[in-house]
Design a binder for this molecule. Structure first.
Ligand SMILES: Cc1ncc(COP(=O)(O)O)c(C=O)c1O
Length: 439
């Protein structure tokens, strides 16, 4: 057994200092803190793949528009709770241009990131009807969304989609929906953490069941258009970003400025509520608020109570980015394509040293190279692998935290620096030597 780049004792002690009993369940922040501490103590550089934050400069289109808005004095004024008209129109045009979906500007509502969009959607959906008090996750998923439900004291159910792709998805979903307690279904597409993308046939099943059982679909498009297997970058021309919106009227689209526009710091997203759902009334709203529609409750009750709207200046940034994208003058997806190039190189290194991709395909088609990918190592559990890799100065998060039942890790490409490919290659060669697999 050759010495690892970081002493095993240092990592083990740091983990025990954090009082973490099962490292497989460590949160992203804990992994980050342990990696930083071990890096400082050892002087050895870590290859950090745990955080899912953008690693690129913010969209210039957005920054320029936001500065101009600030100089005009918008900071002193409360923004319209419905969203500024420019942004509502730009979002409506954007979903038409890149998804071929028609949603009135009225239903396009700014939020302080998709995080708030999800929180407000969970609240609104679970207030429609008191029988429907549970959110269903098509996992693996973004762990914080479950934390949101825990914070608000709501229930959720979940299943790992790994064994339920394609034809199997419908029956699996139906086994939950027949019980009558599900208010909404949520998934991300492309998916955080696995980067799988649900296919049209699967979206159709979700949409048809949503109509049949009258549940809302929350389609989380945090990585809008970033399935780089297809060129989704041209406005008003196919192929479009796939969506459940083509198969049901019961949907809310969560669009984020954070990843596709590298605008995470300003906290902006747009929640796009279908025209039909926006206008619908529900018994629960009458009891709680004395009336209201899904759209008006979402905006005037829930968002108003949460943050009284979204920062005024960033709404101008998002409006400018969406508008320029839909007009074709700003190719936003070419700026983020670099994540795919990084993933390709990183995956090649891991695979060459005996790792395998955990979620590796969409109905037989290899997954895209994108923001995240998932890796496993023969014979190792998620917990063993996440800890073992720390000895080699590589930090990532365990799939356990994402609702996945598979053994492995999520690796994020956003922080990788050019010189780190070679470093990773050397370290993974050593890892493979120290951990020979059978056969
Ligand atoms: C699947 C998913 N949804 C939502 C978010 C949050 O996005 P925002 O920054 O817009 O709140 C993220 C961020 O990592 C994500 O991965």
């Amino acid at each position: 057994m050759k010495n690892t780049p970081i002493e095993k004792e240092l990592i083990d002690k740091t983990i025990s200092d954090f009082k973490i009993i099962d490292f497989a369940k460590a949160t992203i922040r804990e992994v980050k803190a342990i990696a930083s501490r071990a890096e400082a103590a050892s002087g050895v550089e870590f290859i950090k793949m745990e955080m899912g934050v953008p690693g690129l400069p913010p969209s210039e289109v957005g920054v320029k528009a936001e500065i101009e808005a600030l100089q005009k004095g918008v900071a002193s004024l409360y923004p319209d709770i419905n969203g500024i008209p420019e942004l509502k129109q730009a979002a409506s045009d954007f979903v038409k241009a890149f998804m071929n979906v028609s949603i009135s500007p009225e239903g396009c509502v700014p939020v302080t990131g998709s995080m708030q969009g999800a929180f407000a959607s969970f609240l609104t959906c679970t207030q429609c009807d008191e029988q429907r008090d549970t959110i269903l996750f098509i996992d693996p998923g973004f762990p914080v969304q479950k934390q949101q439900l825990t914070v608000m004291g709501k229930k959720y159910e979940t299943f790992d989609v790994y064994h339920f792709r394609g034809d199997k998805l419908k029956a699996k979903l139906e086994s939950y929906l027949v019980k009558g307690n599900i208010a909404a279904i949520i998934y991300s597409n492309p998916n955080n953490p696995s980067w799988i993308c649900l296919k049209e046939q699967e979206l159709q099943s979700i949409g048809e069941l949503a109509t049949q059982y009258d549940v809302v679909v929350l389609e989380d498009l945090a990585y809008f258009g970033m399935d780089f297997r297809e060129d989704l970058s041209g406005p008003n021309v196919p192929p479009f970003q796939p969506s459940v919106a083509h198969y049901t009227d019961n949907y809310v689209l969560l669009i984020s400025g954070s990843k596709a526009f590298s605008y995470a710091g300003q906290r902006i997203g747009v929640t796009c509520i279908s025209d039909k759902l926006y206008q619908r009334t529900f018994p629960g709203f009458g009891q709680r608020y004395g009336g209201g529609t899904f759209g008006t409750v979402f905006i005037h009750r829930v968002l108003y109570a949460l943050s009284s709207g979204t920062s005024h200046s960033v709404q101008y940034a998002m409006a400018a980015m969406l508008k320029a994208a839909a007009e074709g003058s700003y190719r936003f997806l070419s700026e983020v394509r670099v994540y795919g190039e990084r993933a390709k190189r990183l995956k090649e290194i891991f695979l060459r040293h005996g790792f395998y991709l955990v979620y590796d395909s969409d109905l037989g088609e290899p997954i895209a190279d994108g923001f995240y990918f998932t890796i496993g190592y023969p014979g190792m559990t998620s917990g063993q692998l996440v800890q073992e890799l720390m000895y080699y100065g590589v930090s990532a998060i365990s799939l356990v935290t994402t609702g996945s039942e598979q053994q492995g890790l999520r690796a994020c490409t956003s922080f990788i620096k050019e010189h780190q490919y070679e470093l990773l290659d050397e370290r993974m060669a050593l890892f493979a030597e120290n951990n020979p697999t059978r056969g």
